[in-house]
Design a binder for this molecule. Structure first.
Ligand code: PLP
Length: 351
């Protein structure tokens, strides 16, 4: 047994069923030119390289949901998300890998989108991966979206299928967060000295899981969550709630204190999935300075939040910072129109 498996948190996580999708430990990569520009020591945990169908943070989370679905004898999985959801795309890929059917409900979370947003990027991949798509007309109704999924599942059961619903609502056991509790051990083994970790905080499961794992393993540095979905005043209780529920799931004491949950929402406006100048310039700087791709919804916004913390001195010169690259790169294609307008600044012209 290795040190992780021997630790109380590792032993507790090890008792959960887990489907194996992650083929390797993702690299931790130094960013030389961004580090120089920002005056910090910036490394990126490349969880965009988690392997399955363009990867991203969902692969680690889904090892646990699919572990549970398989143990329950499910033959079909259901998931809800934004039209350009990365989650739904990876669920479709995991289901295909396991020979299961996949139903995806796409919510209207982003206003004023164009046809490219509706048909390219993750939507195209959802369809390519063989999922059945359903539309849900609202974007800020977690309970309603979950309820509709359960109704679709009931219809499938009536036709003899064995459905498993991956729920969205914050009150559900945050099984997916266990993937990031595990990731904490992987990161600590790779990183050596690090002062700060920065990541996107959306549903909050990645944030809560990583923070929980890092604290449980004794790391006392700072985890900075950048809000990509809702204001910090709403996100903080959500992440704290997840930490409490992770402790319950694992049957261990919650090592996360309220002051450990650090969140910034200054780059969130005008809202989820809508670009702003800070996000556009973060996407451009990462691409131009280090060949690092980040996207408009999660990683570009989180990187904009990191840049803002450097500007205000919150991440001081020389700080050893790890940015968690949670993936989402297919969304670059769904946002092609916006990116041309704001980052590339080139209109498509007739030949
Ligand atoms: C690329 C990407 N990064 C970050 C997140 C946020 O992760 P979480 O929902 O666990 O907070 C998501 C969630 O959809 C995502 O797709």
């Amino acid at each position: 047994m290795n040190a992780w498996e021997q630790s109380p948190v590792g032993a507790a996580v090890g008792r959960f069923e887990r489907a194996r999708f992650l083929p390797w430990a993702t690299p931790l990569e130094h960013q030389p030119r961004l580090s120089q520009t920002l005056g910090i020591d910036l490394r990126v945990k490349r969880d965009d390289l988690t392997g399955l169908a363009f990867g991203g943070n969902k692969v680690r989370k889904l090892e646990f949901y699919f572990g549970k679905a398989l143990a329950a004898g499910a033959d079909t999985v259901l998931i809800t998300g934004a039209v350009q959801s990365n989650y739904t795309r990876v669920v479709a890929a995991c289901a295909a890998r396991l020979g299961m059917d996949c139903h995806i409900q796409l919510e209207e979370r982003v206003p004023d989108v164009d046809d490219v947003y509706r048909t390219s990027g993750n939507v195209l991949l959802d369809e390519l991966l063989g999922a059945t798509l359903h539309a849900y007309p609202v974007g800020e109704d977690e309970e309603g979206a979950d309820q509709r999924l359960r109704e679709i599942a009931a219809g499938l059961s009536a036709r003899g299928r064995r459905p498993y619903v991956i729920p969205l609502g914050a009150g559900n056991p945050p099984l997916g967060a266990l993937g990031y509790v595990r990731c904490a051990a992987e990161l600590l083994e790779q990183a050596g000295a690090m002062d700060h970790v920065v990541l996107a905080s959306g549903s909050g499961q990645t944030h809560a899981g990583l923070l929980f794992g890092l604290r449980a393993l004794g790391w006392s540095g700072e985890v900075i969550g950048i809000c990509v979905r809702r204001a910090a005043s709403l996100q903080k209780p959500r992440v704290e709630g997840h930490c409490g529920r992770i402790a319950e799931l694992l049957g261990i004491v919650n090592p996360v204190r309220s002051q450990d949950v650090v969140l910034y929402d200054d780059v969130l406006a005008p809202g989820y999935g809508v670009m702003n100048d800070a996000v556009a310039s973060a996407i451009r700087d990462c691409a131009h300075r280090d060949g690092l791709l980040v996207e408009p919804v999660y990683t570009g916004r989180a990187m904009a939040g990191l840049f803002a913390r450097v500007r205000e001195g919150r991440l001081p010169p020389g700080a050893r910072v790890v940015f968690i690259h949670t993936g989402g790169l297919p969304a670059l294609f769904g946002y092609a129109t916006d990116l041309r307008r704001t980052v590339v600044r080139r209109e498509i012209t007739a030949p």
